[in-house]
Design a protein around this ligand. Structure first.
Ligand code: NAP
Length: 313
């Protein structure tokens, strides 16, 4: 049997929780569905220092505070893995592994996931030294020499975090300049535990029966094959949208990000998208929260138009 609700928010990260707060505060019935614990990527972030109001806060703590705010006007959180959305015009059916929801409006807030490198050793040693989450797995590698692959905000921020646990952290980057924000770069360059390997094309993650032993790479300048030793390898080579379930709706761009207007409405009336999953320039908690506020108000305005149509029909 399907459940009926005014608004289904898919994903309970910072964007989804803000949309749920705004929509429920406008007296709409709201359910946030997530296949994990609420908080999204904040749960994998040690310290957040670019969210206003908190000079520095642990990611999971900010998630708890947002959840308390999001549910104070009656929005509910439910576990579920979304398998698709059916658009019937004035109503939508949201399919999950655990049953269906009939709703007037949907907010897609599924976020992104870390990309894989697709090199030998990555799959083989996943969970045995290959990780995509320093906060989750860093403690397994206390006192070891670790390797981080990537040059963006995630690689540099998580590399700095790992120095609290590791003996050393080697950041391997494919160019000779980092992509990360200047403040993160400065912090990494000033950290005596961090070394850099530049212009390196990583080719294989090596290991033995105990787990990862290091990374083989090619020096792109000299063409030499080289090896760096390390007990754990953390991979941060970018993100991709979690939008497979929405492929049939005609709302994605070529890379799979959801296209919206500046009120967060997609081209399908009643379907909104917010946060990291959206085609946008700056993917941050602050921008996800801003998107969430707009979508929370947007669903209210949209549902009003449905009632107006009924009244005038
Ligand atoms: P990103 O910004 O896309 O950076 C990915 C990095 O991996 C780049 O340095 C890229 O190199 C490198 N790379 C990509 N493909 C590779 C490959 N096949 N082999 C080797 N290296 C490869 O991804 P991200 O760092 O995960 O960040 C994702 C988003 O979250 C960004 O918008 C970021 O600003 C945001 N974020 C913000 C914060 C914060 O504000 N504190 C923290 C984390 C993330 P090139 O530089 O050569 O392209």
């Amino acid at each position: 049997m399907s459940k009926e609700v005014d608004v289904v928010v898919i994903g309970a990260g910072p964007g989804g929780m803000t949309a749920a707060l705004y929509a429920s505060r406008s007296n709409l019935s709201v359910v946030m569905i997530d296949r994990g614990i609420y908080g999204g990527q904040m749960n994998n972030t040690a310290t957040i220092e670019n969210y206003p109001g908190y000079p520095s806060i642990m990611g999971p703590d900010l998630g708890e505070k947002m959840y308390a705010g999001a549910t104070q006007f009656g929005a509910e959180y439910a576990y579920g893995n979304i398998t698709g959305i059916e658009d019937h015009g004035r109503t939508k059916t949201v399919h999950t592994d655990d049953g269906d929801y009939e709703t007037k409006a949907v907010v897609i807030a599924t976020g992104s996931e870390y990309k894989k490198l697709g090199i030998p050793g990555e799959e083989e040693y996943a969970g045995r030294g290959v990780s995509y989450c320093a906060v989750c797995d860093g403690a397994f590698f206390k006192g070891q020499d670790l390797i981080v692959i990537g040059g963006g905000d995630s690689a540099v921020e998580e590399g700095v975090y790992l120095t609290q646990l590791a003996n050393s952290v080697t950041i391997i980057h494919r160019r000779d300049q980092l992509r990360a924000q200047q403040i993160l770069q400065k912090r990494a360059f000033a950290n005596p535990k961090i070394k850099f390997i530049w212009n390196a094309q990583v080719e294989e993650i090596t290991g033995d029966d105990k787990g990862v032993t290091g990374v083989d790479y090619k020096d792109k300048i000299t063409g030499e094959q080289k090896h760096v030793a390390g007990g754990g390898t953390f991979i941060y080579v970018g993100i991709k949208p979690m939008t497979a379930a929405f492929a049939g709706l005609g709302i994605l761009d070529e890379q799979g990000w959801v296209k919206t207007d500046d009120t967060m409405h997609t081209s399908v009336p009643g379907i909104f998208a917010i946060g990291d999953v959206r085609q946008k320039k700056l993917r941050q908690i602050t921008t996800a929260v801003g998107d969430g506020g707009l979508a929370g108000q947007g669903v209210f305005d949209y549902i009003q138009t449905l009632s107006d149509e009924t009244t005038t029909a």
